[in-house]
Design a protein around this ligand. Structure first.
Ligand SMILES: [Zn+2]
Ligand SMILES: [Zn+2]
Ligand SMILES: [Zn+2]
Ligand SMILES: [Zn+2]
Ligand SMILES: [Zn+2]
Ligand SMILES: [Zn+2]
Ligand SMILES: [Zn+2]
Ligand SMILES: [Zn+2]
Length: 326
């Protein structure tokens, strides 16, 4: 069995895994030691892992709907090249898109499996629950962030780092597409953030990883920002629904009194023009794995609790006073 690969002038022959046990050889595609079966040109000492040799020259990636990725034999830039999935430098072959998106072969293939929901490919990777496994947590693991959402890895159940990837189990199961009423025109697709868009809710940029976005309108949401409740029950405003939406007016927030910016995504009642900043509504409950939760959550502003506390203290002192007067 032989293969003509675009990266080498001679045909590459198939080599069984045991042939590499005598001398150590490295793969020209990924730079790692060749352990399993491979394709090689023995005269030139040129080897590729079977997976690296069979990686397609052009890839249609569901997480980058705008363009195809092309496999290049070396980094296309003058300076260094960083993988947009794992954040490490690409020294060998790179999957590249002209919109400055780059991936190691294994990172492009693995993220492609996630997108295609080929769960069999990560079913064998052990999952670790950080609330149970509190023992051998290294400093590196404490600092590690998930390649999909860029939240700390130890926030929820994650795949064993021996797989070479830092990923939450929930982040490989995200829906490919969501709809939000504050961007009614188009659905939002789970994509690599190639346009380096800032999140419309928290305004923070995110260099790598996935966002839910509409590339046409340059509208993006972080994965974690896409999960905040779309409707809230407000104790001060029970008459009408208070919905998460983009508001094309500048109005004062009813909690902090600061004026909102044009087209900010805020909690809003359109009938009364009642506005609340998302950040002013006391920390929203964490709703894991429920991207399309439509039921209202009751949220109380901090000032409401302060009011209750003061009322309690006032009544307490009044009762003391009444006892004394008696
Ligand atoms: Zn390789
Ligand atoms: Zn050769
Ligand atoms: Zn990578
Ligand atoms: Zn592109
Ligand atoms: Zn994650
Ligand atoms: Zn955000
Ligand atoms: Zn759009
Ligand atoms: Zn109202």
């Amino acid at each position: 069995m032989s293969l003509q690969h675009f990266s080498h002038q001679h045909p590459l022959v198939f080599i069984e895994s045991q042939c590499h046990e005598i001398e150590k050889v490295y793969c020209f595609g990924c730079g790692e030691l060749v352990s399993g079966s491979s394709f090689g040109c023995v005269e030139c000492g040129f080897y590729l892992h079977k997976q690296c040799a069979e990686a397609p020259a052009e890839m249609n990636h569901p997480f980058h709907r705008n363009h195809n990725l092309n496999l290049l034999t070396r980094n296309p830039y003058w300076g260094g090249c960083i993988c947009d999935f794992c954040g490490k430098t690409c020294e060998n072959f790179v999957y590249h898109c002209s919109c400055k998106l780059d991936f190691h072969i294994k990172c492009a293939l693995f993220s492609h499996s996630i997108a295609e929901k080929r769960n069999a490919e990560f079913q064998d990777i052990p999952r670790i629950d950080p609330s149970i496994n509190t023992g051998n947590v290294t400093e590196e693991l404490k600092k590690a962030e998930c390649f999909a959402c860029w939240q700390p890895l130890l926030y929820s159940v994650y795949f064993s780092p021996n797989s070479g990837f830092y990923l939450h189990a929930k982040c490989v199961d995200l829906p490919a597409e969501i709809n939000r009423h504050f961007h009614q025109e188009h659905p939002l697709f789970l994509q690599f953030n190639s346009q380096r868009l800032s999140c419309k809710i928290c305004k923070e940029p995110q260099r790598r990883g996935f966002v839910y976005c509409c590339s046409l309108c340059k509208f993006a949401l972080h994965i974690q920002c896409a999960t905040i409740p779309t409707k809230i029950n407000q104790p001060f405003h029970r008459e009408h629904p208070v919905l998460l939406q983009a508001v094309d007016e500048c109005l004062p927030c009813q909690i902090c009194q600061e004026t909102t910016n044009l087209n900010d995504v805020v909690y809003f009642c359109s009938i009364c023009k009642f506005v609340l900043h998302i950040r002013c509504v006391s920390s929203p409950p964490i709703i894991e794995d429920k991207l399309d939760h439509e039921h209202p959550f009751t949220l109380f502003p901090r000032q409401f609790f302060t009011f209750l506390l003061l009322l309690y203290l006032f009544l307490y002192y009044c009762s003391k006073l009444i006892i004394k007067l008696d």
